[in-house]
Design a binder for this molecule. Structure first.
Ligand code: BMA
Length: 954
């Protein structure tokens, strides 16, 4: 196995139909204490009848909380007041400056470094607001921030209410417990000395609010804060100090609880934003208030019983407990249960266990490709003696998840795979990064389009990577609806982290908040502590002297095991937890949570990158239990680059092309990989040459990741030399944060790279996969289907020089086993070439596919017998297309005069995707559909269309 170099840091996609659920019914904050509900006795039923008589079902009776939104336009000023403007909330400074025309598009050319001053300044958001209601009427009035990015002091009417330092936390602000703003080192020290609470997250503003109030959020530059925190951490250093220079980023991201990649990454710019990035509002209530509501499902095997655990977190004002009734109703499952509950004063939760009526059939939630994503409408009604009634409408989903780590016969180590509803599932998908440097630009439609593209490429899983953000509720809602399983990292990546007390407090609040907020989603199937931090210690990325290693291991265990894991296990018993990715799973635990070699193929998951070996050679890939990261870079298409560059930038070696590449030697690595199999562009026309390069990087990336993914898929049922049973292939990475070369298969804006079209095929539920071993060609039948199938394998050999097949073969009644990869064909390449007149490795290519009854058919796959650089007989083709419209889609009829490898259709910036792309065209005519994502026309498409195949590269 090549060793990974330590690095740093509709078939169409229609708009969501009207009324497409954006359910997001659980509220949020962090609390403690628990009380368990009991099934109701007779007495409280009286109460129920009384309240039902008083109020209409589905509507909160009078007395419910008042909410006043503070979203909208705020005043925004920089530190010395020289820049003043209006800024939207939710939003950030960069977006505000751009909207007002004070800066250009931050993604344009070199603006990321030009605009560094923005994040080095300290900005203040402020506004006045008229108190929307008679606050005297309310026992509690809170100012609630769902997300503040990141370090800020919050004031109302010039009185400091508190401070924030974690963008992943929710803050409620008030007056009584306020602290004054101090230098952050002093702050830590004095608070520690006094033993005072270090982070205040719950305040009550009742006594500070006036009829007209002035609210201010004074930010401190995240960059300065991180530097200062690092300086204050005197006992020992916490590396890495800074990102590699090629990333043009900021230092000490690990000292601030902020999106780690906002300080730059190897695919992303440095835009350490400041802003109020989520909802902000005033909330007023009497007696009691529901803060979080969540449900998780469980299945008791012995009793064959589904149940739901429903957790409600309340704030009870005053000194007396409140009693009442909670009714849970799931009409479709004939389940209706009432519990009597008692809420203690202060913040606490009640946990109800609802058994689902056994005479109803429960349809489970399944991953994409394995069944439906059934959810059941559920109403939970809280009727409390103290007044108003709360009704929550939610979707109850039923699914189980097990992470199976058990011995495998014939193989040392342990398995590592997921069983969903008792069925082992091969994970097909990719890794998700933030969809924009500016989160306020990520709309529901952005998320929907990216996730639909994942589902359309036959993916069933994504990993939300730990260097970004915990995604918006809508992200997980969409995954629930599309059956995309989420491997959810906590937000720590490629670094070591501090563990001093106030840092840990902040993280504890963050984890508790995020788990409560997200645990109702069936799509989330795993919590994972961090990205690559076990590996960073084990492989000593930061050159830590051996004698000091223990300190860092202790910190590691303190953070991910004693804190994060402990909270997760308390908050959520419905899904597994692992401490890191990659990890050796149970083996890492056995070795004290940091394994000698977390990349061990016989345990846990692996990340694997090798840019120098020939990627067509499958023997370089690790026969791992689970490939959770692997990939190759490519450039986004010209239409995407064009938007943020100017003419002088359009060459592969321009300053711009170098600037945009954040991975050391990235552009050269792509060239090297291309050169293994293709001729490099030689055109004297610089723009043609640049476009050819872009095209080749995409062809190379698609072909490399295809080879690697197919290897993982065909390794799922076998053990070779003790290795195998690979049960997951999540390539790095799905999406882009800006327009730049990266590992993504979807460009910024959503356009599919050739890789994404390839993914649709290499992740197909039924796929024949070929590889060669010592001169023998093997074809495996790979299937995710739940039944065995008797199919016909068709193998067709073409000469590069002719559209007529040289020879064909049909192998009937081959058994492709359910959810397996089995050999279905074997022949020495020499025999095969011998059978097909005049074929040599250089002159011919093999295509093959599977067909069966009932329309069952795999994509057509191909196997190259030599590099295409050496292909003999390829002719210059005349590719042409005619475009027509059929209902909402467009039909492209393609014609070729010769065999054409890697045919690419590109319609520039017209949003939409083709039914297939990048294919080997061996017929004279082929029909490809285009699914638009916006209004377009035949004329526009014809005008924008570029057809390219490999022979067009000169
Ligand atoms: C992975 C990720 C990222 C990185 C990618 C490509 O390991 O975790 O840190 O962007 O590799 O280098």
């Amino acid at each position: 196995m090549a060793v990974r170099r330590p690095r740093r840091g509709a078939a169409a996609v229609p708009r969501p139909p009207a009324g497409f659920s954006r359910q997001s019914c659980w509220l949020a904050a962090r609390r403690t204490g628990a009380a368990v509900g009991r099934p109701a006795s007779v007495l409280p039923l009286l109460l129920l009848l009384l309240v039902l008589a008083a109020g209409r079902a589905g509507v909160s009776a009078a007395g419910g909380p008042e909410v006043h939104s503070l979203r909208g336009s705020w005043r925004l000023a920089n530190g010395n007041g020289s820049v003043v403007l209006r800024g939207e909330v939710p939003g950030c400074v960069h977006t505000a400056l751009h909207r007002r025309g004070l800066i250009q598009d931050p993604y344009y050319r070199f603006n990321d470094v030009m605009y560094r001053w923005i994040s080095l300044d300290n900005w203040t958001y402020s506004r006045t607001f008229r108190t929307p209601f008679d606050i005297g009427k309310w026992q509690k009035v809170n100012l609630v921030f769902e997300g503040v990015d990141t370090v800020a002091q919050i004031l109302i009417n010039n009185i400091t209410l508190g401070r924030t330092d974690n963008m992943f936390n929710r803050y409620e602000v008030s007056w009584q417990q306020s602290v004054s703003w101090k230098d952050s080192c002093t702050y830590q020290i004095s608070e520690l000395e006094q033993g005072a609470p270090l982070k205040m997250q719950s305040f009550d503003i009742t006594s500070v609010i006036k009829e007209i109030s002035f609210v201010e959020v004074r930010f401190l530059s995240a960059v300065s804060y991180a530097a200062e925190q690092s300086r204050c951490h005197k006992a020992y250093s916490i590396p890495p100090a800074c990102p590699p220079p090629v990333q043009k980023g900021e230092c000490h991201a690990n000292f601030i609880r902020k999106e780690q990649c906002s300080f730059s990454w190897d695919w992303g710019p440095s835009f350490p934003t400041q802003g109020i990035w989520k909802d902000v509002r005033i909330e007023a209530y009497n007696r009691y208030h529901l803060i979080y509501f969540s449900l998780t499902s469980f299945f008791a095997k012995s009793a064959e019983q589904w149940s739901l655990e429903i957790e409600s977190v309340f704030d009870v004002v005053g000194s007396k407990p409140i009693e009442g009734l909670v009714t849970v109703n799931i009409p479709k499952l004939q389940t209706n249960q009432t519990f009597s509950v008692k809420l203690q004063p202060g913040e606490g939760s009640i946990v109800l266990h609802v058994n689902i009526n056994k005479s109803s059939t429960v349809e489970a939630w399944w991953p994409n490709g394995h069944g439906k994503q059934t959810g059941y409408n559920m109403t939970t009604t809280f009727i409390m003696e103290a007044g108003y009634q709360i009704e929550k409408f939610s979707k109850a989903y039923f699914r189980t998840v097990e992470l199976v780590q058990e011995p495998i016969p014939g193989s040392p180590g342990l398995s590592f795979y997921f069983r969903i509803n008792g069925r082992p599932i091969f994970f097909k998908g990719s890794n998700w990064i933030p969809a924009d440097s500016f989160q306020d630009k990520v709309t529901y439609d952005t998320l929907w389009l990216l996730l639909k593209s994942a589902a359309d490429a036959n993916m069933n899983a994504l990993r939300v990577w730990g260097g970004g953000v915990y995604e918006q509720d809508e992200f997980y809602d969409i995954c629930d609806e599309m059956g995309i399983m989420i491997w959810q990292d906590f937000m720590f990546a490629c670094a070591l982290y501090p563990t001093d007390q106030n840092y840990l407090e902040s993280v504890r609040a963050e984890v508790s908040h995020q788990v409560k907020r997200l645990k109702s989603h069936p799509s989330i199937i795993l919590w994972s502590g961090n990205n690559e931090n076990e590996a960073a210690i084990a492989s000593n990325w930061f050159s830590i002297p051996y004698a000091d290693k223990e300190v860092y291991i202790n910190d590691y265990v303190m953070l991910y095991v004693k804190n994060i894991r402990e909270i997760v296990l308390t908050e959520d018993k419905s899904r597994p937890f692992i401490a890191s990715s990659p990890t050796n799973g149970l083996k890492s635990v056995e070795e004290g949570w940091v394994s000698q070699n977390p990349y061990d193929t016989r345990y846990g998951d692996t990340h694997f990158y090798d840019y120098s070996s020939d990627c067509w050679n499958w023997t370089v890939y690790p026969k791992t239990r689970f490939a959770s990261e692997y990939g190759f870079q490519s450039w986004p298409s010209f239409s995407t680059i064009e938007k943020i560059s100017s003419t002088e930038d359009w060459s592969y070696t321009s300053n711009f092309s170098l600037h945009r590449q954040h991975h050391e030697n990235g552009n050269d690595q792509m060239l090297q990989q291309i050169a293994y199999h293709f001729k490099l562009p030689q055109s004297t026309d610089p723009i043609k040459k640049f476009k050819d390069m872009i095209y080749l990087t995409q062809v190379m990336q698609a072909q490399c990741i295809k080879t690697e993914t197919e290897f993982y898929r065909f390794s799922q049922s076998e053990i070779i030399k003790g290795e195998g049973h690979t049960m997951g292939a999540l390539y790095w990475q799905l999406n882009d944060i800006w327009q730049a070369p990266s590992w993504a298969s979807l460009e910024y804006g959503g356009k599919w790279k050739l890789l994404h079209y390839f993914a649709q095929n290499f992740f197909a539920p039924l796929l024949p996969v070929a590889y060669e071993d010592k001169g023998v060609l093997y074809i495996y039948g790979v299937s995710d289907l739940h039944e065995n199938h008797k199919l016909t394998l068709r193998v067709v050999v073409h000469a590069w020089s002719s559209l007529e097949p040289v020879c064909t073969l049909a192998k009937d009644r081959v058994t492709v086993k359910a959810q397996s990869a089995v050999p279905i064909y074997k022949e020495s390449v020499n025999d095969l070439l011998g059978r097909c007149r005049n074929c040599t490795r250089r002159s011919c290519v093999i295509t093959f596919w599977l067909v069966g009854e009932g329309g069952l058919q795999s994509p057509t796959n191909q196997h190259f017998l030599s590099s295409l650089r050496d292909a003999e007989g390829l002719e210059k083709t005349q590719l042409s297309a005619s475009v027509s419209q059929r209902d909402d889609i467009y039909v492209f009829v393609l014609h070729t005069t010769a065999v054409a490898p890697f045919v690419s259709l590109d319609v520039g910036s017209i949003k939409g995707r083709f039914s297939e792309n990048g294919f080997l065209m061996t017929e004279k005519k082929k029909v490809v559909e285009f699914y638009p994502w916006e209004l377009t026309s035949v004329e526009e498409l014809e005008k924008s269309l570029t057809l390219t195949s490999l022979v067009d590269v000169v």
